[in-house]
Write a protein that binds this ligand. Structure first.
Ligand code: ADP
Ligand code: MG
Length: 861
């Protein structure tokens, strides 16, 4: 390379690298990358004719029509070609102006390291290697290939077998030339009758004519000068691609091609369902595919299957080796589907074996069996201003059955916003108290804890519970009416003090038989807090409500019997261990804040039993939901004014706290200023956002609840189950910025009282997915339906906004595939029934795979 050429190539590399950094959006040049390439080629002179540059440009042909992933790969490959020009300088070491910022050190040196190491590592034919052997141990493998795969995280033979194609190009229909359909993806096989290089520079094309007994067709390769050296007249080749027309003649434009051999199985790149594997710098499509095929052919037939044959047949699954061979090089759509089913099944099976084993472990623990006190339960029902719904009754029945068992309950209560989970939890907590145990309820925020405490106190403190004098009072005296006589004067005084701190009136105390509910939050004064903690430790307090700090802090319970978790996110394995480490095995009830699709429930909460509240309490109106554009905001404001005039309150949600230069969205602060000073100067407007200190947030929220404000402008902090029944309208600005589950949660803030409620979604987004999300909200109030739609639209990873820690990532299985999941769960149960520890020799491989799968999942999380 001359100095001038070097400069030209560097300039090109910089643009390609910039384009890649920009997310391959084709906007780093004014008129698109292809136009830039054309201009560059003309200006670059001899540099444009360097073979490596030609190859680089070859990768980018059709760039504007590629998907983002394809563009990224094409750019990576092109950059790699350019880099090769700067590589090993035999004599004077050339300064290597990397066309791209240098990648992190371990990566940059990967290839070199491999080379060094492979010098030491003995090579073996594939037939002698096992799955955990490194790729570099394979006889004849190129270091460059090994380095390329390493960059993709593919190090061992096993990794390679599980490095699945990201899609398949169906060019399996082989035609004679006269049958070719315009516009279809087709494959022909014929003899090369002419090869010609036409034009020069960026306009260079190689024109190949291929003929069979029915006719002939042209294939045009743009800017790929080397093709003319590879394809020779007289050869038989296969061509696959889309048939286009040019100047009235049919042709293939930059088709896939390979030299034809009569063995149909030998076709790799054409004439079949061609696998498109994820690639990276240094990995060229055909070369990688050929290598993968080489490894699959050798390994698949001798791959041990972790499923014993009778189990595999029971579940109608392909043998593992066959499935892996077919996933990479499918013979047909049918075998591909069967391979997907087998490999997806495996993932579900590993998950289910893991969660079911965990469930079994939890159930082996000795718990605290309760005796259900129906008298007390009836008393609760009498105190409620409504009847339980059938769904609530069913859930309570399931919970009571669990509570009577000797093993601890581990149950998930799923229900839509407003489905009445709290009273179900109250019924369970009351049984704990009636059995002489304590209960705890954990809420995601202090203000929610406060709300729960208020509700539970109201509901339960007038229910008379059988009372022991102290935690150690013998059972005979359990029901004794004058149990307080058994207390020594010191204990009696302490009890009186607690009752006073809890603010219980004599009617609530009922001679000491009312349920004592304590709220343990930061707002408690130091002295009272100490007394409450003492009361919990002495067993004088029956129910404790607080945040997650309840289990993380040093709260000592006298005899904790039931924990209810009203959760916003996830109450995982780790927290449960903490609970157990508190020295007891309490029953546990987890309540979800948002409905979760069934498949996800079985995965994330697969170790819990599930009760569902699929029915809304009667008399609820649908919340009227409408999407409007920003130019229609005035309508929303007229509506707000009307609602406030009727004495109602309003939420206005904004996606951002502060003004943003990049995003053209109203911030909460701006919105607050505008609403308070310009739009509604006569109304009382408050502002709430996540950057405010917790104490201040709680104050604003409390003031809004007490109707000291008419309008609350807030960011997403409002999301959690806050209950202000007088709030009837929620306006959500920039609605497209929120997930469906989150929008549904927001909407659940209204419609909590008897007044007709409204949700106004403001969005100008044209994005198809956003439009579908918002339309779904307009159409249904059913959280479970919305959750399913959300899962379909966004995929499981994003369902919660962030990835759930400890949730395995699925490579092959579809989260929505309920049926396959159910089958896998059934097989997992059958296997564990026979062999709970997976200790049989026939399950040895299975156990290893389950362990490895979870190890990876927990690491990734
Ligand atoms: P969530 O499931 O969202 O936690 P809550 O438990 O807060 O719902 O209940 C929402 C409202 O519905 C509360 O005001 C509660 O008193 C009321 N409610 C619960 N169950 C019923 C019922 N069976 N009939 C009528 N109202 C009910
Ligand atoms: Mg709730």
């Amino acid at each position: 390379m001359t100095e001038v050429e070097r400069q030209q190539v560097t300039a090109l590399g910089k643009v390609l690298a910039a384009e890649r950094r920009d997310g391959c959006a084709d906007r780093v040049t004014d008129d698109g990358l292809l136009a830039f390439l054309r201009r560059w080629s003309v200006a670059a002179g001899s540099a444009a004719h360097l073979p490596a540059v030609q190859r680089a440009i070859g990768w980018l042909v059709g760039y504007d029509g590629m998907t983002l992933a394809e563009r990224d790969q094409a750019l990576a490959a092109a950059i790699e070609e350019l880099r090769s020009l700067f590589r090993p300088a035999p004599h004077p070491p050339e300064p290597a102006p990397a066309p791209e910022p240098a990648p992190p050190a371990p990566r940059r040196t990967a290839t070199r390291q491999v080379r060094n190491r492979s010098a030491q590592m003995p090579k073996h034919p594939l037939a002698e290697l096992d799955l955990d052997a490194k790729l570099e141990q394979i006889t004849g493998v190129e270091a460059r290939l090994v380095g390329g795969f390493r960059r993709l995280g593919v190090v061992t033979i096993r990794d390679l077998l599980y490095h699945f194609p990201r899609r398949y190009d169906d060019v399996s229909r082989r035609r004679s030339i006269s049958e070719l359909q315009l516009g279809a993806e087709e494959t022909v096989i014929g003899e090369v009758t002419d090869v010609r290089t036409i034009g020069a520079g960026p306009k260079l094309r190689v024109r190949v004519e291929v003929s069979d007994e029915t006719g002939s067709i042209e294939a045009i390769f743009f800017n790929q000068r080397w093709i003319a050296q590879q394809i020779k007249v007289g050869q038989t080749i296969a061509l696959s691609g889309k048939v286009t027309a040019f100047g009235g003649k049919r042709q293939f434009s930059s088709p896939r091609w390979e030299r034809y051999t009569p063995d149909p199985d030998a076709l790799l790149h054409t004439g079949r369902l061609v696998p498109i594997h994820p690639l990276t710098q240094g990995l060229h499509e055909n070369q990688a595919r050929r290598f993968i095929k080489h490894v699959i052919d050798a390994m698949a037939p001798r791959l041990p299957d972790h499923l014993p044959p009778h189990r595999r047949e029971q579940a109608r699954l392909l043998p593992l080796g066959e499935a892996l061979a077919q996933i990479h090089f499918p013979d047909s759509h049918e075998t591909l589907a069967a391979a997907r089913r087998r490999l997806g099944f495996d993932e579900f099976l590993f998950i289910q074996l893991g969660v079911l084993q965990r469930k079994r472990l939890w159930q082996q623990e000795l718990g605290l069996p309760f005796t259900i006190d129906m008298q007390v339960h009836a008393e609760l029902q009498r105190r409620l201003p409504f009847q339980f719904t059938a769904a609530q009754q069913r859930a309570i029945g399931e919970i009571f059955a669990d509570l009577q068992r000797p093993s601890p309950m581990a149950r998930l209560l799923q229900g839509d916003v407003g489905s009445g989970k709290t009273v179900v939890a109250a019924a369970a907590l009351l049984q704990a108290v009636a059995n002489g145990f304590q209960g705890a309820l954990m809420a995601p925020t202090e203000i929610l804890a406060e709300q729960h405490a208020k509700n539970l106190k109201q509901l339960l403190s007038r229910v008379r519970v059988p009372r022991k004098a102290t935690a150690t009072t013998p059972a005979e005296t359990y029901q004794q009416a004058d149990w307080r006589a058994l207390l020594d004067p010191d204990d009696a005084a302490k009890l009186a003090e607690i009752v006073a701190i809890l603010g219980m009136t004599p009617e609530e105390d009922m001679e000491g038989q009312g349920v004592r509910v304590a709220l343990l939050t930061g707002s408690l004064g130091a002295r009272d807090r100490r007394r409450v903690l003492e009361g919990i430790a002495r067993g004088e307090i029956d129910l404790v409500i607080g945040t997650h700090a309840l289990i993380t802090e040093t709260v000592q319970f006298a005899n904790l019997g039931l924990v209810v978790v009203d959760e916003q996110h996830r109450f995982g394995v780790e927290q449960r261990l903490r609970l157990k480490n508190k020295g007891c095995n309490p029953h546990m009830l987890v309540m979800t804040a948002t409905p979760i699709p069934r498949t996800l429930t079985l995965t994330i909460y697969g170790d819990l039993d599930v009760s569902v509240l699929d029915e809304r309490p009667p008399g609820r109106q649908e919340i009227r939901t409408r999407r409007i554009s920003r130019s229609e905001r005035e309508k929303a404001y007229r509506h707000i004014r009307k609602q406030v005039a009727e004495g109602r309150q309003v939420y206005v949600i904004c996606p951002l706290v502060e003004e943003s230069e990049k995003l053209d969205l109203p911030s909460a602060e701006e919105m607050y200023e505008r609403l308070q000073h310009e739009v509604f100067p006569d109304l009382r407007v408050a502002l709430l956002h996540g950057k405010m200190p917790a104490r201040e947030k709680d104050e604003v929220m409390r003031a809004f609840r007490d109707h000291q404000y008419d309008i609350l402008v807030a960011t997403a902090v409002i999301e959690v189950g806050i209950d202000v029944p007088n709030a009837t309208t929620i306006v959500i600005e920039g609605a497209e910025r929120f997930g469906l589950a989150q929008l549904h949660q927001f909407r659940g803030r209204v419609g909590r009282g008897s007044h007709q409620s409204y949700c106004i979604l403001i969005s100008d987004s044209d994005n198809q997915q956003s439009k579908e999300r918002l339309a779904a909200l307009e159409q249904t109030n059913d959280g479970f339906k919305l959750a399913e739609i959300d899962l379909q639209l966004r995929g499981p990873g994003e369902f919660f906004g962030t990835r759930q820690s400890g949730t395995p990532d699925l490579k092959m299985a579809q989260q929505g595939d309920t049926r396959l999941l159910a089958e896998a769960r059934r097989l997992a149960e059958a296997i564990l029934n026979d062999d709970p520890e997976l200790a049989h020799p026939e399950h040895q491989l299975l156990r290893q795979n389950v362990d490895a799968f979870w190890a990876e999942a927990l690491q990734a999380g």
